[in-house]
Design a protein around this ligand. Structure first.
Ligand code: V47
Ligand code: SF4
Length: 386
């Protein structure tokens, strides 16, 4: 239970009337408008945004900060698409530079965790022309049969749109097949930025914004929850970011199927947009704070530490973030290949908890759907094998 008296909004006396009105709305739990969202980005100081975002975070979650024990499997980095920001994929014609795991390889990667207390596998990769819907459905079934309690979060809307198109099935049919075979939820990738003009500059050939929304809507209606992302810090402006979050907020009003929102900072290493400078940490914290304020119907805001780095992830916990993803076990390459600080992302449960406690928050191990698995406040680590 969250103690109401612990939550405060600290306001400067020289705030303009629009910012005061926004603060008042946040205080009473009213939704802010699109124009107010843009105004916040343009005129809110970092301290003001942090104060509002932290107020909401504290009301919703107190000091609780969630993480999970997870690992990723990336079946391939061969991809039929050519997103300009992607440092990870290789076109089929350059397949010698890439990797293509076969079904046994993928299954064996899951089996490597048989004796570990992980609760989630996150399966995403490039869009390989030969790995289709039925191939992946069989694989999901094999994993589910082997380890039924392991939550399978798999395939971005980009992969799903291609799989369904190739298999000549509707999104509803394709998602139903995957669900029947054991897929539990969808990750949030592939959303990038919904504004059609900016989207066409950074990823013109993959699924459209409307298709991304339709796939998540269909999944939610079938009882498969999902996450949502936004790729920021490239050619987009604040209006585009708010438009993106507004489309998500509208869908969430209809389905309540999103678990968490994850802002993803564009990293410029080794890709076709390397000339675009990366934004500052200040901008990262503003992005987290405004998303916490704008997305009133999302329960959770996640800072994905392998991408943002552990120090910014720690700071983000004062700017609306209440989840820092999981232990990862060095099983994803997407961000390391784009030049992120975390070149071998891997944190033990103890390290993750200490990271959270070092900034005065309360570490909670969660399942994918935010069920509490372990409360690690003041945990005695000396009695654990690491
Ligand atoms: O859609 C690719 C992003 C996403 C770069 O749902 C880049 O729990 C920055 O969505 N710079 C895939 N970002 C990863 C993803 C994700 C990650 C962690 C957790 C969850 C979840 C989802 O990675 C892509 C794209 O937006 N991305 N390249 C880059 N150079
Ligand atoms: Fe392919 Fe995804 Fe990379 Fe785009 S972001 S090129 S869809 S792997």
């Amino acid at each position: 239970m969250i103690a109401e008296e612990k939550t405060h909004i600290y306001l400067h006396s020289d705030l303009d009337s629009k910012l005061k009105a926004i603060a008042q709305k946040v205080h009473v739990g009213d939704r802010i408008t699109v124009d107010e969202g843009i105004y916040l980005f343009e005129n809110g100081t970092l301290g003001f945004l942090g104060s509002l975002a932290n107020y909401i975070r504290t009301k919703k979650h107190g000091d609780y900060t969630y993480f999970n024990r997870n690992f990723h499997v990336e079946p391939t980095n061969i991809c039929v698409f050519d997103c300009k920001f992607c440092s990870y994929s290789r076109l089929l014609k350059h397949r010698q530079e890439g990797w293509e795991l076969n079904a046994d390889d993928i299954f064996n990667k899951v089996k490597e965790y048989d004796d570990q207390p992980v609760t989630e596998v996150h399966i995403v990769g490039g869009v390989h022309p030969k790995m289709g819907l039925h191939y992946f459905a069989d694989l999901i079934k094999r994993i589910k049969t082997h380890r039924p309690e392991l939550h399978i979060k798999a395939f971005t809307a980009v992969e799903l749109e291609y799989m369904c198109r190739k298999a000549k099935v509707t999104f509803k049919e394709g998602l139903s097949i995957l669900k029947e075979h054991g897929q539990d939820s969808l990750p949030g990738g592939g959303a990038e930025i919904f504004d059609e003009e900016i989207r066409s500059r950074i990823c013109e050939d993959k699924c459209t914004s409307d298709q991304w929304i339709e796939i998540h809507e269909t999944a939610h209606k079938l009882g498969m929850p999902s996450n949502a992302t936004l790729l920021y810090g490239h050619y987009e402006n604040y209006t585009h970011r708010i438009d993106h979050m507004n489309r998500l907020r509208d869908l969430q009003d209809q389905t309540a199927g999103f678990n968490t929102f994850i802002p993803l900072k564009f990293r410029n290493g080794n890709n076709q947009m390397s000339e675009v400078p990366e934004v500052s940490v200040i901008e990262d914290l503003k992005m987290y704070a405004v998303s916490r304020i704008f997305l009133d119907n999302f329960n959770h805001i996640k800072a994905y530490w392998p991408m943002i780095g552990r120090n910014t992830a720690q700071m983000s916990l004062n700017f609306g973030v209440n989840d820092i993803d999981g232990t990862i076990d060095d099983s994803t390459k997407i961000y390391a290949m784009a030049g992120a600080e975390e070149q071998s992302p891997n944190l033990s449960t103890e390290q993750l908890c200490k990271l959270i406690e070092d900034v005065g928050r309360h570490p909670i191990e969660r399942g994918t759907l935010y069920d509490v698995i372990n409360d690690y406040k003041d945990h005695d680590w000396s009695s654990e094998s690491k």
